[in-house]
Design a protein. Structure first.
Length: 323
């Protein structure tokens, strides 16, 4: 058996809550429960049940890390905004700490995913972008999560690359940000607009039949050789490359990682993104940066949340020693 302290990672998603033991880069005893979305109390009860199942299977942890799709004030673990799950305003760290009786650390799900990817790639400085319905992001620098002054920073998806571009489809007042240009929602918008303009095209026929053109339909059409679909994904890659260049210039990571649902189609846009970033980033920084697709897999949320707990315990020990 490992002599490492037992920590649990909890990944709270829109459909399920997963909790498991994290030791190094391994995850075990993962227990899942459906996410209860009726209200915050029901959601908290569901989290407690999933964690309880994991504890019953593995024993009492010394700490628990939790990743949620929300903006978190990290010092207090309070949810500032939460669009898809009912947690806005909930002091999540305090509430879960009371329920479990051990230290609990709460962070944004993209931040914990970035921690998991840094561990999986064996690097200490990493920028991660998750391309899905929206665009999330996380930054690891010196092996630690970068969060900004109040734990709300590293909202990489809301970094503008076109000042007068399309409005952000998410909970953001911005225009021309990566979420407005590189998300699945943006791809659906652009493909549907193209289909409206060109009803006789492959995407136009999909729009006539379904009313909209979904992102996965664009990917399928591109794989089948449709030039319009390929052009849309190439354009997505161009804007992604502009954003990547900016992040490389600011953070100088060892690696930029692309994750999220759209990363399954990375072969259709990532090379274009690399080319664009290479033409814009400072050469001395770019030549020291690698770009790749996420590799931590479906367990990244649990792994990253457990790493969060382990890192924060280590940081608390360092602070205590310094005092």
């Amino acid at each position: 058996m490992s002599s490492q302290p037992l920590v649990l990672g909890v990944d709270v998603g829109g459909t399920k809550v997963a909790a498991g033991v994290v030791a190094g880069t391994s995850v075990r005893e993962v227990m899942e429960r459906p996410t209860r979305l009726d209200d915050s109390d029901a959601l908290l009860d569901g989290i407690e049940e999933a964690v309880g199942d994991a504890i019953a299977a593995s024993g009492e942890p010394v700490a628990i890390g939790v990743g949620v799709p929300s903006q978190i004030e990290f010092a207090t673990g309070t949810v500032v905004t939460s669009v898809n799950i009912p947690l806005t305003g909930v002091p999540l760290r305090e509430e879960l700490g009371r329920r479990f009786g051990v230290p609990v650390f709460v962070d944004n799900d993209a931040n914990v995913a970035a921690l998991a990817e840094a561990e999986a790639h064996g690097v200490a400085d990493l920028v991660m972008l998750t391309l899905g319905t929206g665009v999330g992001g996380g930054v690891v620098t010196g092996g630690r999560t970068f969060r900004g002054a109040h734990g709300l920073g590293a909202e990489l998806g809301h970094f503008s690359v076109v000042a007068d571009g399309p409005a952000c489809p998410g909970n953001c007042p911005n225009r021309g940000c990566l979420e407005a240009l590189c998300s699945g929602t943006a791809l659906e918008r652009d493909a549907t607009e193209l289909g409206e303009d060109r009803a006789d095209s492959a995407l136009g026929r999909i729009r006539v039949e379904n009313g909209v053109v979904k992102g996965r339909q664009v990917v399928d059409a591109a794989r089948a050789g449709d030039p319009d679909a390929r052009a849309l994904l190439e354009r997505l890659g161009t804007w992604l490359g502009v954003g990547m260049a900016g992040f490389v210039n600011v953070f100088q990571p060892e690696r930029v990682v692309i994750g999220g649902g759209l990363s399954a189609a990375a072969d259709l846009f990532l090379e274009r993104a690399r080319e664009e970033a290479a033409s814009r980033a400072l050469p001395a920084l770019w030549e020291r940066t690698e770009v790749s697709v996420a590799r931590a897999g479906a367990g990244a949320g649990v792994l990253g949340a457990g790493l969060l707990a382990a890192h924060e315990l280590e940081r608390d020990t360092e602070r205590a020693a310094a005092n």
